[in-house]
Write a protein of this length. Structure first.
Length: 281
């Protein structure tokens, strides 16, 4: 749960309504989640930062309590959602903290609006079209990148918990670290009307995202400091290797005894690494 001082609001962007949690005052920190989570994943980090930061934690387009439009799941488009959210909140620039698909939106945001990102913490997922992407997508563990369509949606409907359990169980170092209450919470959100259709559209956009990212990367590397956090049992130090294709100042951190779900599996170590990096001035 987010601290009680946080408020929520729904912000209209071009083609979507983005649900946002906002709290605190001071330098802004923008947090972007990925698949299998919503902005709720950031509650423990928000509690650590709210005393001296303005914390902004949206649900991405089509996810959580944001609206479920049919299109706009290209990460460049979702980066514009993020820009509109910050505009509405009258925030000019922010530190950026991202995980999973949030990394992809985060890169599109930082590359299109580099003056609006002061530091970027990027956690445990690759960027389409960048580095060894073409090799990564051939991994049997990532079959879900191409799992979509009307019949797939019929298969998953009413079985969202089973589908999500596969991600939490197989991509974690210890499935027991993701508790029953957390699983029920996100399964209920992903069972909302249109939620899985939108989630599948997030993955369907990866081919266009790869094209867009190559175009963005060709314009030059990001100059802001970047902390690339990999989980020991997932991307590990390869996170930093990937980010060096698109950023000039990359620091690597590997969180021990964690799989992909860093904030759920090893929250203390993950939060400590994030806060230490954000506090470097």
């Amino acid at each position: 749960m987010f601290p009680r001082s946080f408020r929520t609001q729904n912000i209209k962007t071009d083609g979507a309504v983005i649900h946002v949690r906002v709290g605190g005052s001071g330098p802004a920190v923008l947090m972007l989640h990925g698949f299998g989570d919503t902005g709720d994943m950031w509650a423990p980090l928000a509690a650590m930062l709210v005393g001296d930061h303005t914390v902004v934690a949206p649900d991405l387009r089509g996810m959580g309590l944001s609206s479920h439009p049919e299109g706009g799941y290209e990460k460049k488009t979702q980066a514009r959602d993020v820009a509109r959210v910050l505009d509405k909140l009258e925030i000019d620039k922010a530190d950026l903290v991202t995980h999973d698909i949030g990394n992809m939106v985060g890169y599109a945001f930082a590359a299109q609006y580099p003056d609006r990102v002061t530091r970027w913490v990027v956690m445990d997922a690759p960027l389409p079209g960048i580095g060894s992407w073409d090799e990564i997508v051939r991994s049997p563990a990532l079959w879900h990148f191409n799992f979509r369509g009307p019949d797939v949606e019929r298969l998953v409907k009413g079985r969202e918990r089973i589908y999500l359990d596969r991600f939490w169980n197989e991509l974690s170092a210890n499935p027991k670290s993701i508790g029953e209450a957390t699983r029920r919470h996100y399964a209920k959100l992903y069972a909302r009307p249109g939620a899985m259709h939108s989630a599948f559209n997030q993955f369907a956009a990866f081919s266009q995202d790869a094209v867009d990212n190559k175009t963005l990367a060709a314009k030059g590397k990001l100059a802001m400091p970047v902390l690339a956090i990999g989980a020991e049992k997932s991307f590990g130090a390869a996170m930093a290797d990937a980010l060096r294709f698109v950023a000039t100042e990359v620091t690597s951190a590997v969180i021990p005894n964690s799989g992909h779900w860093l904030m759920e599996e090893q929250p203390k170590a993950t939060i400590a690494a994030i806060v230490a990096f954000l506090n470097k001035r």
